[in-house]
Write a protein of this length. Structure first.
Length: 229
């Protein structure tokens, strides 16, 4: 073999080694639920039965009350399905709101903790192979207690303190959507503020024709007269 031929052969072998070491696509899975890859000789038993449990049925947006959803799955023999069985959740809410999340089973159970931010009825569909189940939940606005006070100071507006219907303050950092509307309900200006000890401070521009101040927080909407001096 000539020196040139040996160099070419070494280059081919090196290229093949690099190609074998290219990383494969990665899929993140829970550390507690290793995915078992079935083979043609050892396929996993299909999901034959399952139960779906949602607790509670009704949650209040703004109070950070979550849904706890679990799917318990067994095969035809009544044995919990293999750890790592993929279970997919699709949630559909009002106004086209949607959520898709997958979980892997541990001891035959897949679990989700859901915190909806859109008020109304939600339909939750769960699939594992050919098995399918559905449940429903309701997310309710945590209505603000009373009418929040407003303090105008030139171009500075302080809103609050905001309170929930039981008198509690919202968590610091709770977003509040603020808008100025004209006499026909048209938007003239909008901003987003965040609560600090129940209060929100925003700078307001000079507006002509503003009649209403609208606040939207955690699914609740409050309208007040626009009384900027």
């Amino acid at each position: 073999m000539t020196r040139r031929a040996a160099a070419v052969l070494a280059g081919v072998l090196l290229a093949g080694l690099v190609a074998c070491q290219r990383p494969a696509d990665l899929m993140l899975v829970p550390q507690t639920a290793p995915v078992v890859v079935p083979t043609a000789l050892n396929p996993p038993p299909p999901v034959a039965r399952g139960t779906l449990n949602l607790t509670p049925d009704v949650v209040r947006i703004g109070r950070r009350e979550p849904w706890a959803l679990s799917a318990t799955l067994t095969d035809a023999a009544g044995t919990p399905v293999r750890d790592g069985t993929l279970v997919t959740l699709t949630g559909r809410g009002p106004g086209g709101a949607e959520l898709v999340a997958a979980r892997a089973t541990v001891n035959g159970v897949a679990r989700w903790i859901l915190l909806p931010d859109t008020a109304g009825a939600w339909i939750l569909d769960v699939h594992a192979g050919t098995w399918h189940a559905q449940t429903r939940g309701v997310a309710r606005s945590a209505l603000l207690g009373g009418v929040p006070p407003l303090l105008w100071g030139g171009d500075r507006l302080r809103i609050g303190p905001l309170t929930w219907d039981d008198g509690a303050l919202p968590d610091d950092g709770t977003p509040v959507e603020i808008a100025a509307l004209d006499d026909r309900g048209g938007g003239l200006w909008s901003a987003r503020g965040f609560t600090v000890q129940g209060r929100v401070d925003v700078d307001t521009p000079p507006l002509r024709g503003a009649r209403t101040l609208r606040l939207a927080v955690a699914g609740a909407v409050v309208t007040l007269p626009w009384d900027s001096p």
